[in-house]
Design a protein around this ligand. Structure first.
Ligand code: AOF
Ligand code: ZN
Length: 338
């Protein structure tokens, strides 16, 4: 198989379903013999388990001598929960390493140099974009020192999240609401403002298809941000998941506190003022909008005042995906950086 074909296989391996969500990136590795035939493959199954390269080397045994290792991430150079992969590849006699994404983790980077110094041929950058997307939150958190923020909202066609009387339940369809729980489950924390807790009293748990909460160990950290106190009876304080109250309105401060707790991906579900605070500080990295084919004409808008006066100053988004879910339209977009 070609090197590119092997890299695609390594990306597929990395994305194997069932790997528990955790602090580590998803990584895949394929070992090829000098004729391009596959010898072995491996993938990382979560923090504390062997890295992808180590898994493939174990499967290959002596056959790894003279092989080409095709890996989605630069082989690590550090002893963390497991030993350094660069050293393991050298000791196994691998003669060439092709990887997609350089490791943005300063603790683990430097594997390429170590391999080259030992006489291994190293190439990087093949399908790097795909590899970065596979671990977009992890990569972002490593490169920016703060979590990746996905802002999710549900709105009517005229951009309203609640009617004039304040009622907001069932703006979106059942399918859209289920889809939200699937997306929540891919993140590390759900964030809302104190206002949302006081007005809507959400539980902020991840629930299954039957609307039952998942077990505690699969719940995300619930985060409430803002200076107002929370009533002890708030559902967000129940024991179905952990909760933190960040008594600040400063977006950067909140994100840095969450980063320090190891949170890489925040699901922002706040009301209009919190959304505006995040947007105005450039702290929204992805937008997921569920737009229901309904019109209200009045009521709460999904986002508060952004201080934008003219259409030329509008915050532009570029659309990555549009999917219709039971009549609602889900739009996934990312801010255009300027
Ligand atoms: C690889 N292959 O399969 C993975 C790598 O402390 P540890 O041992 O869990 O290492 C975590 C770091 O190692 C992680 O942040 C990333 O930089 C690298 N992960 N490296 O070569 C793998 N999972
Ligand atoms: Zn490693």
């Amino acid at each position: 198989m070609s090197i590119e074909h092997a890299m695609r296989r390594a990306l597929d391996l990395a994305a194997t379903p069932g790997v528990p969500h955790g602090p580590n990136p998803r990584v895949g590795c394929v070992l090829l013999d000098p004729h391009g035939s596959e010898i072995a493959e491996g993938f990382h199954r979560g923090a504390g388990t062997p890295h992808a390269e180590a898994a493939a080397l174990t499967e290959a045994g002596d056959a790894a001598r003279g092989a080409t290792a095709v890996v989605t991430l630069e082989p690590c150079n550090h002893t963390g929960r497991t030993g350094p992969c660069a050293k393991a590849l050298i000791e196994a006699g691998v003669s060439r390493v092709v990887f997609a994404q350089p490791d943005p983790n300063p603790l683990a980077a430097g594997g390429a140099e170590t391999l080259r110094s030992a006489g291994v041929a190293v190439e990087m950058g093949l399908l790097e974009h795909e590899a970065r997307e596979l671990n977009r939150a992890w990569t972002f958190a490593m490169e920016h020192g703060r979590p990746f923020v996905t802002w999710k909202f549900a709105a009517t066609l005229d951009g309203r999240s609640a009617a004039a009387d304040g009622s907001s339940r069932w703006v979106s369809s059942v399918a859209a609401r289920r889809d939200t729980h699937r997306l929540r489950a891919e993140c590390d924390a759900i964030l809302v403002g104190t206002g949302t807790v006081l007005v809507d009293d959400p539980e902020l748990t991840v629930r299954d298809e039957l609307d039952q909460p998942l077990p505690r160990e699969r719940q995300l950290l619930r985060v409430v941000m803002g200076e107002r106190d929370l009533p002890a009876s708030a559902r967000v304080l129940n024991d179905r998941a952990d909760t933190v109250h960040l008594a600040t309105r400063d977006v950067a401060e909140a994100l840095s506190t969450l980063h320090a707790r190891g949170i890489q991906h925040v699901f922002l579900e706040g009301g209009p003022s919190l959304a505006a605070a995040f947007l105005a500080t450039g702290s929204v990295d992805e937008v997921v909008a569920y737009v229901a084919p309904k019109l209200l004409g009045a009521g709460r808008s999904v986002v508060g005042d952004l201080g934008i006066e003219s259409i030329t100053d509008a915050l532009d988004l570029h659309v990555l995906d549009i999917t219709v879910l039971d009549g609602d339209v889900r739009i996934t977009a990312r801010p255009v950086l300027r």
